[in-house]
Design a protein around this ligand. Structure first.
Ligand code: SAH
Ligand code: SF4
Length: 339
């Protein structure tokens, strides 16, 4: 097991299993995440023989950053994993701090028609440490602190549920990277059984749903997942989630020119979301070389926004980040794969 992939609770169990005090787990977390010291020899409050044991029982190998593209407010990283697969992470500078978009899988099997990650299919799930290290590596190279995390990079996080939840626990842990639960968001394409399971997850993290369509016919064309869990089922599950957790849900809606951006779509969307504690985030589409979809015009996005507003739906337009540096989900990896 990799040392960056174990939660504090599991590390406590480990120490108990080798007849050591469980507070050693806190000390290890402090070395890894607060002092950022992975030279185990330097762990001065841990005895040499236990250091040796930890060295034998855990791997300390981290993925590597192999490419960094910098735009004004965005930095995009291509990261190489131990088995030479590639993933991406994107750092965004906001006036309120830095946020990072992390990947959860190598590729994605959900096959959304407009998405570059889906085009390349899933190779494998990411291990927990491969997600944690996206944050550690970028904080190290930038010497800056990351204050919020969105799981919106390559992959469907709810198709890698256990590892993603352990990742959340580690980054949220006060002795870990200590990112507040309210500053963590998971985005899913709508895997209904996992949304139900997630209702019982103990941390107050945010949920975003990639809806992208206002009716089943359209959603079936754009997202295969809708054939397994359709809009009605998905909306019912979101309502149940809101009731159970009392938290507002984000609805993502990517604006595709002449596909889902017409006025009738806005009206239909307002109708199906009426009365729900949600806010809609309209996402300007990032065009890719391989897919025929085009981005909606600014005018069309504003019109769509106005219709939702008039119908009393909370709505924002996502700021465009890094379209110059292929910031759309999966574009950098896809270039690398092609090479
Ligand atoms: N698989 C999850 C999370 C990763 S995708 C999901 O689908 O929710 C994160 C978001 O980026 C999703 O809303 C997805 O639909 C959107 N997206 C994918 N390709 C995009 C592109 N080229 N431009 C803009 N948004 C895109
Ligand atoms: Fe996968 Fe999300 Fe892309 Fe769909 S949009 S293919 S779920 S990464």
């Amino acid at each position: 097991m990799n040392i960056y992939g174990i939660t504090k609770e599991k590390l406590e169990e480990y120490f108990l299993s080798i007849h050591e005090k469980k507070f050693k787990a806190i000390q290890v977390f402090e070395w890894l995440y607060q002092k950022r010291m992975n030279e185990i020899d330097g762990w001065s409050n841990i005895k040499k023989e236990i250091q040796e044991k930890i060295r034998n029982d855990f791997s300390f190998i981290m993925p590597k950053i192999i490419k960094r593209e910098i735009d004004e407010l965005t930095e995009k990283y291509l990261i190489e994993l131990e088995d030479n697969e590639h993933i991406e992470a994107v750092l965004m500078h906001h006036d309120y701090g830095n946020s990072i978009c992390v990947s959860s899988q190598v590729g994605c099997n959900m096959g959304c028609a407009f998405c570059e990650s889906g085009r390349l299919k899933k190779v494998r799930n990411l291990e927990t440490h491969e997600m944690v290290c996206q944050i550690l590596l970028i904080e190290e190279i930038t010497k800056e602190r990351i204050s919020s995390v969105v799981v919106m990079g390559i992959g469907e996080p709810f198709d890698n549920y256990e590892h993603v939840m352990d990742f959340i626990k580690i980054i949220n842990d006060a002795k870990g990277i200590a990112i507040g639960a309210r500053h963590i968001t998971i985005s899913t394409s709508g895997l209904v059984p996992k949304i139900k399971e997630f209702m019982n997850f103990p941390l107050q993290i945010n949920l975003a749903i990639s809806l992208h369509a206002s009716n089943n016919e359209l959603r079936n064309q754009l997202m295969n997942v809708n054939k397994a869990y359709n809009l009605d089922e998905l909306l019912d599950t979101i309502r149940a989630y809101i009731l159970k957790t009392n938290r507002r849900v984000t609805i993502e809606y990517v604006m595709l020119n002449n596909v889902n951006d017409r006025e009738e779509n806005a009206l239909e969307l307002a109708k199906i979301l009426k009365g729900m504690n949600v806010y809609v985030n309209l996402i300007p589409y990032n065009e890719t070389n391989h897919l025929e979809f085009k981005k909606s015009t600014k005018n069309q996005i504003l019109k769509f926004y106005d219709i939702l507003k008039k119908n009393k739906i909370n709505v924002t337009i996502r700021k465009e980040f890094g379209s110059k540096i292929s910031a759309a989900c999966g574009q950098l990896r896809s270039k690398e794969v092609e090479r």
